[in-house]
Design a protein around this ligand. Structure first.
Ligand code: GLU
Length: 486
């Protein structure tokens, strides 16, 4: 029987959730949940200098919003706690001391200055970092120096010969020469473990079966392997995830656009769209050509064999495509709620009809950034190009346009009630009554109200969105201009 899968998402609390991190969380969740396993949240906060207030909450909130529920973690507890690395400090040193006892690690007393001079590589030799200066200090002497209070770090004794091979489920077998591996630090002079050491101990103590992380950790994996071996731990499966690049082939950064989950949400991307799109950053459902998946559907079809090792490209246009789809799927009231804060801010004191505006925008908008341009004319009509009001195809002259607008104006003023139905009936009735085509009636009203030939929504919607007063004002304005030109 295969072991129940246990995966972990181990973010450092930076205060935001980078898209790459969210992709790691999603894949880590899927790798476990597609097989009915456990998903564990561990906060890696040992880099005390980089701590950000409220940052852990950002992690909880993101996971919750995305539906990536964890079985164990700082907030929900579990049998392998604590799940916050800074609360596990007493877990690490005993392992390092055992390694010293077994001759697999050693205290190193080298000063910062000495290490810095090594880094400069003054002898011009190819250097793999630390020169193993303290590796052969007699253990009894080392013990005396420790007792005398000399500061030290604990380093792992890497094998000097041979090769280390590890298998990655995405990248296959990777082999490195042991001589290229530095005697890495396990415990720093301040007593804190290094990330490299802590993650191995934590993954072991938490029974992690699949270690899923970004490919920037690929080069560290041989070191982790040697640590697992030195400690006699079972080596987990490794799943390294491909880099995420912008469409220009450069590493995704702020230059490309929003790079954090929080910023994407602020820009109007829906969580379902983000999760669906991010699932495709390095994975595809094989022969299945569908692109739209809910999280639950992803869980059902996900298979780590289909993770690609070539870099993924983050394409904001594709994300827009997903978002447009998910926005269109929303219930009208939910779409309105998505829209309202932005349109309220945009219109300020000006009246506008939210439900009608929401209706015409729901099928047209990709994200919040689209709004200012789409909405601009509601606020202010560009100076009219009166040429708009003559159109050969529609057999419209400025005179006829003016006549139609005048008739609409009187009709609007005379409406018993300003409702969408009545406005619609009015506009539709004018053609038959006066011998005009419907298109001839609708075109000048759109031009007068918007100054454009293309608008979201037609005449009725525009009138409703702007309200009676503003619509009449705009019609009046157009009529004045048309008459001054006549
Ligand atoms: N704390 C590491 C990070 O945020 C985790 C890497 C890992 O998953 O091991 O990059």
């Amino acid at each position: 029987m295969t072991k129940k899968r246990r995966t972990r998402f181990a973010p450092s609390p930076t205060g935001y959730m980078h898209i790459g991190n969210l992709r790691s969380a999603l894949y880590t969740w899927l790798i476990s949940k597609s097989q009915g396993g456990d998903f564990i949240l561990r906060i890696e906060d040992t880099d005390q200098e980089r701590l950000v207030e409220g940052a852990v909450q950002v992690i909880y909130d993101t996971l919750e919003m995305c539906g990536l529920d964890h079985d164990e973690g700082p907030d929900v507890g579990g049998p392998c706690g604590p799940y916050i690395q800074s609360q596990r400090l007493d877990h690490y040193r005993p392992y390092a001391e055992k390694l010293i006892k077994d001759g697999k690690a050693y205290p190193c007393f080298c000063s910062k200055e000495r290490l810095e001079s090594l880094a400069e590589g003054s002898d011009g030799q190819k250097s793999y970092g630390y020169d193993r200066h303290c590796r052969n200090i007699d253990p009894a002497e080392a013990q005396k120096r420790i007792e005398a209070g000399e500061p030290y770090v604990i380093r792992q004794k890497m094998p000097l010969e041979g090769e280390t091979t590890f298998h990655d489920l995405v990248y296959g077998d990777i082999t490195v020469k042991n001589e290229e591996l530095e005697d890495q630090i396990l415990i720093k002079a301040d007593g804190y473990p290094t990330y490299n050491f802590a993650n191995v101990i934590d993954d072991h103590e938490m029974g992690i079966t699949h270690v899923v992380r970004g490919s920037e950790y690929l080069s560290s994996a041989p070191k982790y392997n040697l640590l697992y071996e030195a400690l006699g731990f079972e080596i987990p499966e490794y799943v390294h995830l491909p880099l995420i690049l912008g469409t220009d082939g450069k590493k995704l950064s702020k230059r490309h656009g929003a790079t954090s989950f929080q910023d994407l949400v602020k820009e109007g991307y829906l969580v379902d769209a983000i999760v669906n799109y991010i699932a495709f950053l390095g994975w595809s459902p094989g022969s299945d050509t569908r692109e739209l998946f809910t999280l639950e559907e992803l869980r059902q079809v996900f298979n780590e064999q289909n993770i690609s090792h070539s870099p993924a490209v983050f394409d904001y246009q594709k994300l827009d495509w997903y978002n447009a789809h998910y926005l269109q799927e929303l219930e009208p009231e939910v779409f309105q709620a998505w829209l309202e804060p932005k349109t309220d801010a945009f219109f300020g004191d000006q009246y506008y009809n939210l439900p009608v505006l929401a209706e015409v925008l729901q099928t047209r908008v990709n994200n919040y950034q689209d709004l200012p341009e789409m909405l601009a004319f509601f606020k202010e009509v560009n100076p009219y190009d009166l040429a708009l009001f003559s159109n050969k195809k529609q057999k419209l002259t400025p005179e006829l346009s003016a006549e139609i607008l005048q008739t609409i104006k009187s009709g609007l003023e005379a409406l018993p009630e300003f409702t969408r139905e009545q406005v619609h009936t009015l506009l539709m009735g004018l053609g038959p009554e006066h011998g005009w085509k419907t298109g001839q009636v609708m075109a000048p009203v759109r031009w007068a109200l918007s100054g454009q030939t293309v608008t979201p929504g037609g005449g009725t919607e525009l009138i409703m969105i702007l309200g009676k007063e503003e619509s009449l004002n705009r019609i009046d304005h157009a009529l004045t201009l048309l008459s001054s030109q006549a």
